[in-house]
Every structure is written in C-alpha cells, then in structure tokens.
Design a protein around this ligand. Structure first.
Ligand code: COI
Length: 309
C-alpha cells in the first residue's frame, strides 16, 4: 500500500469511542446460504425491518480486529483469518450462514483500504475493525431470519481503558454470571455483551475499571472480564481459564499463549480459582480492544483484596 494522506485528528487523545469514517462494507445472504460479493458503500445508517431477527431475537455476531500503520505508511492487519474462523464457528451456534474465510479477509482488506486515511500514525493507536453478521430479514415467530447482512465498519481508536497502559482495577463478580455451560459464552454473540452491562455499570459507579466474572457452576473459577480474557502469573507459570464453551476464544489470548510458550514460560489452560488470583505475582488481561492490560488491584464482595502495584 502506498503512503497515504492521513486525516487531521487529535491522535494524542484518541480513546475507544466511535469516530465516523468514510466507508463500510456490506454483503447480503438469502436462504441459499451464499453471500453476495459485497460492496463498499458510504458509512452511515442502515435500513432494517422492525421485525429483523437481530432486533427481536438477538441473532447476531460481531468481531473485532485491528489494522496498524507502519512507519513506511503501509498498513498491517493482525491475524484476520482467525476472526474469520471465529465468526464461522459462532455462526453455526447462532444458526446463521457465514462468509467464507477468504470473503471475510477480502472484505476486511477492502474496508481498511477504503478508509486508509483513518489509520492512525505509527504508535498513536490503530484502526479498529468491527465486522457484524446479523439476521437482517424480517421474522415474527422464533426462527432463524430469512436474510443475513455481513457488514464491516471501522474507527480509529486509542486505549480502551481510561487508565491507558497503567494497571486497571477489577471487581470480582459473584452475583451475576456472564455465561453458563451449554450457553453462548464461547461465541461472540451480541447478547453476551448486553448482559454484562448492569454489572459493569455498577462496578464503574464504584470506581472500578471493569468486572471479572466467575464460573456459573461453582462461583469460584475465573472466567473472563467483560471485554477481555485473563491470565494469572506465578513464577514461570502462566495460567488462563480453559476454553470450555463459556470463555471467548480470544485471538490476543491465543497469540499471548504462543508468544509465552516460545519464550520458555509454562502456559496452563485450566480452571483457575479466585484464590490463585489473589496469590499471583502478576495478573493481566488480553483482548483486541484492551490489547494487554495489567491488573493492579482487585476486590470482591468478601472484602478480599489484592494490590499488585
Ligand atoms: C474486542 O476486543 O474486539 C471486543 O470485542 C471487546 C469489545 C467489548 C470492545
């Protein structure tokens, strides 16, 4: 990609808020299960029937990935095929057709290139890419929608947490649960995110950065934070909750595991208890939006606290 012009934005103060960009990508799929070739259209509102499956029954998935600008002006995507595969897996759980991996990656490339001037300068943030797969067809009785829309929009972003790269503080939630065995916690369906808003708002009102959820069966093992996975470090061992259907298989999580193992750390994917968290040397969260965020402090209703910094 050749050196582009860059829009004039306050790059130093980018948070994680929506900045409208120029274009988005849209493709449709009817009952035959094949998506149209898709097109780049101006960014803006979309028309939906009030009876669309996504609006009435939450039949929808989203993805999140990032593009970065290199110093030579070219743009890099981080593991987009992993997002394509995750969307495909989630679409099966949500009874939706999905774009192929090739179509997904090609659509991401087209969208980023069309909005290239919104990719932040090197070191000033990234272009967050948000693919959506939604049941856009009208349906009244509970059933899969008759039409689907695959849409991608983008926004330049900086740090997700207001703490920036400084440690975040989490409250351990033992009252609300994010996901239960057999549910949809392991796929990136939109309802998983609406359902954590109440706990998250309560936590933020109390001054916490976010919420750490426990498993719904024992109320004892770590699951994940509202928007990211969690890792606990003790000596040379790094432990993270295992992917058993209730935890989102994060792509940053997978990448950190691969990097840690290549650096000689012992990585364990297993049940990790709250007690282990409280006894850890270090705790950090991973996600596309949060990247890698160290945890500085945690507290739960029992009054157990842990200060890590
Ligand atoms: C991401 O990290 O891309 C996510 O999907 C988290 C989202 C809640 C911002």
């Amino acid at each position: 990609m050749e050196t582009p012009d860059i829009v004039d934005l306050d790059w130093e103060n980018l948070g994680f808020g929506l900045v409208d960009t120029d274009f988005m990508y849209m493709a449709k799929c009817g009952t035959d299960g094949n998506f149209s070739s898709g097109e780049i259209v101006p960014f803006g509102p979309i028309a939906l029937s009030p009876s669309a499956g996504v609006l009435n029954y939450g039949q929808g998935l989203f993805e999140g990935l990032k593009a970065y600008r290199k110093t030579d002006g070219s743009v890099l995507l981080f593991r987009p095929e992993e997002n394509a595969i995750r969307m495909k897996n989630g679409s099966d759980r949500m009874c939706m057709p999905a774009p192929t991996v090739e179509q997904f990656v090609d659509a991401v490339k087209q969208t980023v290139l069309a909005n290239k001037r919104w990719v932040p300068p090197t070191g000033k943030g990234s272009l967050y890419i948000r693919p959506l797969l939604i049941g856009s067809g009208a349906i009244l009785g509970l059933a899969p929608a008759p039409e689907y829309t695959f849409l991608i929009y983008v926004s330049p972003v900086g740090n997700y947490f207001k703490e920036g790269l400084a440690p975040i503080n989490l409250i351990i939630e033992d009252n609300f649960h994010r996901a239960a065995p057999g549910g949809t916690g392991g796929v990136k369906t939109i309802g998983n995110y609406a359902s954590v808003l109440k706990a998250q708002r309560t936590a933020k009102d109390k001054g916490y950065s976010d919420v750490l959820y426990l498993d719904a069966v024992h109320n004892k093992y770590l699951e994940e934070v509202s928007s990211c996975n969690i890792f606990v470090v003790k000596g040379n061992a790094i432990s993270t909750p295992a992917i058993e259907g209730t935890i989102l298989p994060g792509i940053t999580r997978k990448s950190i595991i691969e990097v840690a193992e290549s650096k000689g750390y012992k990585v364990e994917e297993r049940h990790v208890s709250v007690d282990e968290l409280l006894d850890a040397d270090e705790v950090f969260c991973t996600g596309t939006a949060v990247v890698v965020s160290p945890m500085g402090h945690t507290e739960d209703r029992m009054g157990w606290t842990m200060q890590l910094n």
